[in-house]
Design a protein around this ligand. Structure first.
Ligand code: NI
Length: 172
């Protein structure tokens, strides 16, 4: 299976509202499998379809620790149905390489979604898993973690990110 190319900010696809998945076919399964492989290879703990140029509501996540068994979750048309508590932790994003910042999130979430067979599922989670779900669901609405920063921090991000992009171009 080929690794997919991950789009980087400011690619316009990342700002688009993704459409719900309505066809649970082999094409969807293949996309989900390729996204999981791409996420593990990056490596990352989550990847949303818009990040690989597909503007559909599909995410893959695996926040299991290094010592744990892998725990891949593939969520189609996910929806957060309940949020509780507060958590502020450092986040990064495969579409915003080299930049990390703290973001305010809910500490606990309940997520309704469909699996690859179109069957309804629900996950209740906290900590890193809860943050990852919120981060990946944001991607489906065209929101990046840096969009949550204060105007001051966002200004600093833009300057720093410009330098990161320049350095990457020089390395190519
Ligand atoms: Ni991300």
């Amino acid at each position: 299976m080929p690794l997919l190319r991950i789009l980087h900010y400011p690619d316009p696809v990342l700002k688009k509202m993704a459409v719900p998945v309505d066809c649970f076919d082999d094409k969807l399964r293949q996309l989900a499998a390729d996204m999981a492989e791409t996420m593990y290879a990056a490596p990352g703990v989550g990847l949303a379809a818009p990040q690989v140029g597909v503007s559909q509501r599909l995410i893959v996540l695996d926040c299991s620790g290094k010592e744990e068994e892998p725990q891949l979750v593939t969520a189609v048309n996910p929806r957060i149905v309940s949020r509780e508590g507060e958590l502020c932790d450092e986040e990064g994003c495969l579409s915003v390489p080299g930049y990390y910042a703290r973001v305010d999130r809910a500490a606990k979430v309940v997520v309704d979604f469909l699996d690859l067979d179109g069957k309804a599922q629900q996950i209740e989670c906290e900590g890193l898993w809860a943050v990852a779900f919120q981060h990946e669901l944001d991607h489906l609405d065209g929101i990046l973690f840096v969009d949550h920063l204060s105007p001051l921090k966002k200004g600093l991000f833009r300057k720093k990110y410009q330098r990161i992009l320049q350095q990457q171009e020089e390395q190519l």
